[in-house]
Design a protein around this ligand. Structure first.
Ligand SMILES: [Fe+2]
Length: 230
């Protein structure tokens, strides 16, 4: 079946340039976008296999030695028709419980956790499902912004059944007071679309007296598309 990979924009996607997120004044295109023709390269690949995965597993709690509240995060990757996307490459990265990334660029004087890699990479199963055991990340301040604190969030990168369905986004936690103040989440004008970025508590994923469960489904394209958030 031939798919037409038209972008779906409007108020369900973040404003490319928003005062609340100063960096977009530098990164947003100054000229109108140019539509490039899709070739077979963009619409038929990539195809991943187990051998493509490196050693970052789906349990990044490192045998429960990571500091913070343990959580199980799971969901399904879906296409524009609500069908599961198997073998989608899902990559996540996140700050540790003190809101610090295990990366040299994060120079904020907050505690590093030597047991935490902060990243996972996996392929969805035949039903498009993924599952990650991790910790709830902490909030962190964005430098030079007048004390804007990012709410706890987890970054996602997905490759679906085609390069044209590449999605980069962030997942947030329900009820966090920083969500309403976040320049990135609030750059999405449509409230329903913002809501698609907020995970749902899911007791079926809980590990009794050990970890809280959250569900975060991701729609790669179409009317119900998960907003693209850099
Ligand atoms: Fe972040």
């Amino acid at each position: 079946m031939t798919r037409i990979y038209e972008p779906f924009g409007g108020p369900t996607q973040p404003d490319l340039r928003t005062k609340a997120y100063f960096r977009t004044t530098l990164t947003a295109p100054a000229e109108p976008l140019i539509a490039l023709p899709r070739t077979v390269t963009e619409t038929s690949g990539p195809v991943f296999g187990d051998q493509d995965l490196c050693g970052v597993g789906v349990d990044i709690s490192n045998n429960n030695t990571v500091l913070g509240s343990l959580m199980v995060l799971a969901g399904q990757v879906l296409d524009e028709d609500g069908r599961p996307v198997p073998n989608a490459l899902v990559e996540v990265w996140q700050a540790n419980a003190s809101g610090k990334y295990p990366h040299e660029v994060d120079s904020r004087p907050a505690p590093q956790d030597p047991n935490f890699t902060g990243a996972a990479r996996l392929l969805t199963d035949a039903e498009g499902r993924y599952k990650i055991t991790t910790i709830r990340p902490g909030a962190y301040p964005v430098p030079n912004t007048g004390n804007w604190w990012r709410p706890p969030h987890i970054h996602f990168s997905l490759y679906g059944d085609a390069f044209a369905s590449r999605l980069i986004t962030q997942m947030f936690f329900p009820g966090d007071p920083l969500n309403d103040l976040d320049g990135i989440l609030q750059a999405i004008p449509d409230a329903d679309a913002r809501n698609r970025l907020i995970a749902k508590p899911d007791s079926s994923l809980d590990i009794h007296e050990h970890a809280l469960g959250f569900r975060f489904d991701i729609v790669l394209r179409g009317r119900n598309e998960t907003p693209m958030v850099d």
